[in-house]
Design a binder for this molecule. Sequence first.
Ligand SMILES: Nc1nc2c(ncn2[C@@H]2O[C@H](COP(=O)(O)OP(=O)(O)OP(=O)(O)O)[C@@H](O)[C@H]2O)c(=O)[nH]1
Ligand SMILES: [Mg+2]
Length: 655
Amino acid sequence: MNEAKRSIPFIVATAGHVDHGKSALVKTLTQEDPDRLPEEKRRGITIDLGFAQWLLRDPENPSTQYDLGIVDVPGHEDFVKNMISGVGAVDLGLLVVAADDGWMPQTEEHFQILEYLAVPNLIVVMTKSDLAEGEADFVMEMIREELKATRFEEAPIIATSTKTHEGFDALGNAVSDILKRQPAHLDLGKPRLPVDRCFSVKGMGTVVTGTLIGAPFTTDQSVCVQPGNLQTKIRSIQHHHAQQEAAAPGMRTALNLPGTTLRKEHAFTNTSVGRGQVVTIDGLGENTTCLDAIMERTSRFDKPGNPINGCIKSGTRIRVHIGSDNIPGRIHFSNHEPMPPGSRAAARIRLERPMFAVEGDRFVLRDWSQQGTLGGGRIWDADSSHRKLSHLEQQTYLNHLSASSGDAHDYLRARLARDHGIQLDTFAAKGQWTAKQLAREAAKLVKAKQAIKRSDWLLDTKWWNTNLTVMADHVILFHQTHPDKPGIPLETLRREFGTLLPSLDLLPMVLRELGKEHAIEQAGECLCHQSHSVTLPDRLAPLADQILKELSQTPNEPPARKHYDTSQDAGDAIRCLIRMNKVVEIGTDLLVLQSVHEDYLHKIKNHLTTQGPSTVSSLRQVLEIPRRIAIPLLEKLDKEGQTIREGDLRKWKAI
Ligand SMILES: Nc1nc2c(ncn2[C@@H]2O[C@H](COP(=O)(O)OP(=O)(O)OP(=O)(O)O)[C@@H](O)[C@H]2O)c(=O)[nH]1
Ligand SMILES: [Mg+2]
């Protein structure tokens, strides 16, 4: 057969009750025995995850080959936790049901787990068809009954036998039929490899394996292992025992990580790696012990696979399975009501040790003693420790996402409604969406006038406009109550409104917008309305007269501002004089009379427009002022755009 031109990686996982023929199915499909442990061979059951590669040609398009990484899971009820750690990023589930046994407790439990993890495709493989004894149709009927009213109602059911080889062509066709419609794994620029196996190879050191998602990994790439923030480098990469320069998302991937050791159980050290940890890159978020989620419980509580059918009380100790990890913790519901089967609820999970998780990730909850699966859900706040779950904004945020499809658009809108302002760059680094996807969704919100963009901030339009109006009203109210003051001190505004803003970095934008939309301008350290004119209160009149008198006595040699500004009243008098256009502030420490300032400006303009660009010292001579005034005066004019500085020279703006 000709070489396939395209090889598309996908992950396929088996699922189903113990002894129903999952491993035998994988062996027939791939000629590899997924059971590798001596104990598995001895007992004839699968204990831990097994892996194999299935290269499947698309029969309709032989130039396309599916490079399927098969994860074979154990069916025994004691090893469900191992099963979950293998099915985190699966494109297709093969739910195995033995024809001589039918739908059994772990068929049901595994089925629910695949549902909670939102596995996109399912094929039911009815194995051991050679043992069906004329009951095959009936068993198929029963299986179809179990699938009713689920996402997989229409899933193919294919009868196979590893003894007679019946059904394997049909199975291959069904798999390729599904996968040709399945989108390839995306490169989000955010690689994550939840470690599901970790072992040591002589001469190489530690090797970890897992299903790579989010972005490729390449040889020599610097990576970190979370939780633990262990920094290392990829020395080499293998994909199903073949050495590769790079691995793509959706590939079973083995990484050789130099300088790391095998972790013993939960004894985390700063060099050790083990199942449950995630190989990733820096900057994709922090480890967390507190997360908020939308949790759901199936209504299939009467099925035999779910021994834990009752309500879950708020505060119950549980185990959270996420990626390849499982961590003990407690679940709390916002209304403190117990959560019945067949419902959804906003929940907070407090973990007993840190985990690396990303918003949008799905998880499964099992009871503390690992008797059964309680439910599943999706993380929507990967670090909620600084918020209250009962807080209205957090409730609204979670409920909004609960009722949505949870795509990039819904996520961005919900976050904007909760946080009011989002700094897109840092925001995009976390979560499951690319900066490009989020920028596209942000542009849509801006177009619909639901958001406005200011530098890299996306702001909720209604919230932004309301706050600007409130601030502008506050300035006007201040004028009414303090007619003698030039305006509200910026510091007061910052104190009173700073907590409204998601970041104080937004303050300069607020000030600009107040000027543009509300005629509020900044005068020195104050904010005032353009129409506000200061009336000098009687108590300040003698001080103001004194300042004006002194300034006019030595107009070109004014004393430093601190010479006058010695009391609250003196400061108020100076601010009044500035607002009344009687004196001008040059730099932070100099005042000159308005008339003197006008004279300077006139002379500078005249000199620069007739003599051309000039140095500070020639301008000083024209103005007959010392350097101490000339420098801040020219810097002020530069800032205002009246003059332009070019090296040592100044030129007039109009030239
Ligand atoms: N007759 C018959 N026996 C089968 C078939 N497939 C598997 N078996 C037998 O069923 C037994 C269990 O098969 P496994 O493949 O180990 O079952 P499993 O689902 O992987 O079991 P666990 O991994 O322990 O859950 C073995 O003795 C197989 O030889 C089949 O198609 N026909
Ligand atoms: Mg097995």
